[in-house]
Structure formats: C-alpha cells, structure tokens
Design a protein around this ligand. Structure first.
Ligand code: FA5
Length: 340
C-alpha cells in the first residue's frame, strides 16, 4: 500500500520537477513534495504502523526515493542558475575588438576656412604669409604709412589707444611696413589678421574684425597686375569668374588709390538688398604703393614700385556664405557655426 503510493508519488514528482519552467515553480514542487510538511513527509508518517521488517525495507525505499528526487531537484536548480548566468553574461558581453565610436569632431570657423583658401591662392603665386602683432606702434600703424600725426586720415579709423602710447592696430597695413623692413624688395606678401576699431557695432560693422593685407613690390608693377591678382583671388573664393571694377578711393599710403568692387553675386548686378540695389559690392581698398611709404621703409622708389590691398575678410566671408549680420561670426553660437 505505502509502496504503491510511494512509486506513484515518485513518478509524479519526476514529471513535475521536469515540467517546472521557472525557479519559482521548481520551489513550489519542492515544498509540496519534499518539504517538511510535504507529501513525502506525509507518507513517512505511515511507516510507524508497519511491522518492523516491512518498516526497514519501506523506510529504505523511501530514503532512496527522497534522495533521487533531491538529486533531480538539484540538477534542475543548477540548470536554471546556469541559464541565468548565461543570460547575464550575454547581456554584459562587450566586444573589445570593435572600433570605438568616433569622437565628435569640430571644424574650421568660416573665417579660418576662407583665410586658408586665400593663403593657398597666394602662396601658389609666390607670396609669403606674414604675421604681425595686434598691439602696434603708432609709427607702424600710421606714420610709416604716410599718415603723420596731424593728417586728417587718422580720423578715418577710430583707434583704441593704449596707455603706453601704443594702439590696437586699426588695419593690417602695418604688416606691410614690417614686411618691407625685414625682407626689402622684391617682395610678395600677404598678412591676414585681426584688427580693431572703436566703432558702433551694427549688422555690418564690428569693433573687432579680420582683414587680409597684400603687397607686391617689384619693377614696373602696374594696376593691371593688381586687377589680375584681385580677380584671381576673388574667383577662387567664390568658385566662379567674378566681374570687378575699380573706383577712385583715398588711402594716404597708395597713389593712385581705389575701392575695388565686385558685381553682386546674388543678383548678378540687377540690384538687390545685399548690394543696396547698386549692383556692385565694395570688397577691398587697394592701389599702387605711395613712394613715401617705400622710402620710409628703406626701398628706393626710383627702382621699385608695387601694389597693396587690404581686404575686409569678415565681410568677404559674409558675402561668400550669404550671412546678413556680422555679429554672428564672433558670437560663438554653435547653432550658427554648425551650419558650416
Ligand atoms: C583699410 O583698412 C586699408 N588699410 C586698406 C588698404 C590696404 C587700402 C592697402 C589700400 C592699400 P578700410 O578702412 O576701407 O581700409 O577697410 C578695409 C576693409 O575692411 C573694408 O573694405 C571693409 O570690408 C572692412 N571693414 C572696415 N571697417 C569694418 C568694420 N567695422 N567691420 C567689419 N569690416 C570692416
């Protein structure tokens, strides 16, 4: 009787242990069958009523069934644990041989980019790129450029004066002076850089902006040379043939002096808000170097002459990219910068 119950229980317990699909179900089977108040314990209570020789035999059988079931239980538990470990490892798995995601890369500021393009054009034509300090002497910024102290042209550019008598350069032209003194003639140089003017800021005027100076000194340099180099530079920047024209312009350090204008690239000369309906946009000041300027920097004007130009680099960048307010360029605003 007990034996029959036992073998029926064993068969059912084996099925249920195998059928348990979660550790919780397995635990439930353990409690119901192998627990202290489980079915096996219930059966063992009947042992006491058996005659002694029967009791020993059935008792042994009961122990062996219990052991077998406990073994199966342990195996099933181990299988669940192995599966859980496997799942965890799978989730944590990292392939150390995969390439790292690329770090976020910055890019050149539009002014730096156009500056580099212009430097490429001129260096390929035999020009050297020179640098000069932003804090300049009054002599280099004015006197050596044929603008003596009492000259009205000093008022053309509102200067930030420093307490020691020096100034923040108002244009890149003092680098002409440095270039001539250092290298003499012949000379082909450009000088990009930051300049400063004590001006009211608006959509087209900054107190701090970029210019790009250029100077070529040789024998028999003409206005035709000047126009050729300007057209070559501007066509490279705008990626197309540009039409230019010269209008008289006054700068004490050149004679004759010109304002060079480009036919408006937005309307093709028909007239639009960018060219203020004139069809032409002023791009730079230029001219043939004044003999006084050559002489003051130790170059004989009877032997040498040359041209010079000063480009508003910031304004050129605005024209190139269709930027309608100069203040964006130095705002540091990434919403603006990330468009380039
Ligand atoms: C000069 O600064 C001369 N040194 C240029 C020059 C060099 C002439 C060599 C002849 C020979 P000007 O003051 O016009 O010239 O300035 C040159 C350019 O700088 C202007 O055409 C304009 O594009 C730009 N510019 C002038 N003021 C500002 C400003 N406040 N903000 C932004 N760009 C400006």
């Amino acid at each position: 009787m007990l034996e029959a119950k036992l073998s029926e229980l064993e068969a059912r317990a084996r099925r249920e242990l195998q059928a348990a699909s979660t550790p919780e179900q397995l635990e439930r089977v353990r409690v119901e069958i192998l627990g202290r108040k489980g079915e096996l314990a219930e059966i063992s209570k009947g042992l006491g009523k058996l005659p002694p020789e029967e009791r020993a035999r059935v008792g042994k059988l009961l122990n062996s069934v219990k052991q077998t079931l406990e073994q199966i239980l342990e195996q099933r538990k181990a299988a669940f644990e192995a599966a859980a470990t496997q799942a965890r490892l799978q989730a944590e798995w990292v392939d150390f041989t995969l390439p790292a995601p690329p770090p976020p890369l910055g890019h050149l500021h539009p002014i730096s980019r156009i500056q580099a393009e212009i430097e490429d054009v001129f260096t390929s034509l035999g020009f050297t790129v020179l640098d000069g300090p932003e804090v300049e002497t009054e002599y280099n910024n004015f006197d050596a450029l044929n603008i003596p102290a009492d000259h009205p042209a000093r008022d053309m550019q509102d200067t930030f004066w420093l307490t020691d008598g020096n100034l923040l350069r108002t244009h890149t032209s003092p680098v002409q002076v440095r270039g001539m003194l250092k290298h003499g003639a012949p000379l082909r140089m450009i000088a990009p850089g930051r300049v400063f003017r004590n001006e009211e800021v608006d959509a087209s005027h900054e107190h701090t902006f970029y210019q790009l100076e250029g100077m070529m000194i040789d024998r028999e340099v003409s206005v035709a040379h000047l126009v050729y180099f300007m057209k070559t530079m501007l066509s490279a920047v705008f990626h197309r043939e540009v039409t230019v024209r010269l209008r008289p312009g006054y700068f004490p350090f050149v004679e004759p002096g010109f304002e060079l204008e480009v036919q408006c690239l937005l309307c093709g000369g028909a007239g639009c808000p960018v060219c203020k309906y004139g069809g032409w946009v002023e791009q730079l000041g230029c001219g043939l170097v004044h003999p006084n300027v050559l002489r003051m920097s130790g170059i004989d004007p009877d032997e040498w002459n040359g041209f010079a130009f000063g480009l508003g680099l910031t304004r050129l960048v605005m024209m190139r990219y269709g930027i309608d307010d100069i203040r964006y360029l130095q705002s540091g605003d990434l919403r603006f910068l990330n468009q380039f």
